[in-house]
Write a protein that binds this ligand. Structure first.
Ligand code: NAD
Length: 229
């Protein structure tokens, strides 16, 4: 595959989904090897479950943290991190882009490495396998800072994503099935804003907004397409 000529592009956005981390060993949600159906959302991944049995929900997320800590960013993450001026808009909560060195990362669905207190507004970054503490100083349980099913997305994060996407001229969608909204609308938004849109996915999403679809994995395609930078 030929290396992409980037001389005509000034603002690049990488838009990533669970498939971006598949070659790091973090399973996707949908598609081959996906975790869909392997755990009960109603028991482990929604606000109601957290309010019912917070220890159980926190324990589940602690296990996910330990699992992700045993995985490493791959060459594709490093290629993206090497393009320091590009923005990353990710649906992933695993922090892999940051571990690879990306600095400008907009996390649409929050992060496994963040906790928040909905009672007093306290926020905490915590990068260990085991949570430093499960309770806030105010006495309430700390909640994983991720977007669960049924949650509303953080408006300020969505606004930042909309800003970088509306002003980009190259949009690269990687490893997303394009069914989780509102993120699923981003390729069309980028296309309508005038960006050239590329999809990288071994099982392409079928979204009509992509100008070029590369059937392949993130770890294989990214170093070839953006290699040598
Ligand atoms: P998804 O699970 O719905 O779809 C995964 C996509 O990745 C599929 O289209 C699949 O064909 C593609 N894929 C698989 N292997 C790939 C590879 N090696 N390279 C490139 N693409 C590959 O993912 P989604 O669209 O991101 O939606 C899932 C939701 O679940 C998101 O909201 C996300 O927050 C969450 N999630 C996150 C993680 C994570 O943080 N790593 C993992 C699972 C789920």
């Amino acid at each position: 595959m030929e290396t992409l000529d980037l001389s005509g592009y000034r603002h690049i956005v990488f838009f990533t989904g669970a498939g971006m981390s598949a070659e790091s060993g973090v399973p996707t949600y949908r598609g081959k090897g996906g975790t869909r159906g392997s755990y009960s959302i109603g028991e482990y991944a929604c606000q109601e479950a957290f309010e019912r049995v917070p220890e159980k929900v926190l324990g589940f997320h602690e296990k996910r943290r330990r699992f992700v800590l045993d995985c490493e960013p791959h060459e594709g993450h490093r290629v993206i991190a090497g393009m320091a001026d590009a923005a990353v808009v990710t649906q992933n909560i695993d922090g892999m882009h940051q571990r690879a060195g990306s600095r400008n990362v907009i996390e649409l669905h929050g992060s496994l490495w963040r906790l928040r207190c909905d009672a007093c507004g306290f926020r905490k970054e915590d990068y260990g396998g085991t949570y430093e503490t499960l309770q806030c100083g105010c006495g309430a349980w700390l909640r994983p800072g991720i977007t669960w099913f049924g949650d509303v997305l953080d408006a300020s994060v969505m606004n930042r994503a909309a800003e970088v996407i509306s002003s980009c001229d190259l949009f690269v969608g990687i490893g997303t099935s394009g069914v989780v909204w509102p993120a699923a609308g981003f390729p069309a938004f980028a296309h309508e804003s005038g960006a050239y849109c590329i999809e990288i996915n071994p099982e392409p999403s079928g979204a009509a907004s992509y100008d070029r679809v590369i059937e392949g994995t993130a770890g294989e395609v990214l170093p070839q397409l953006f290699g040598g930078r």
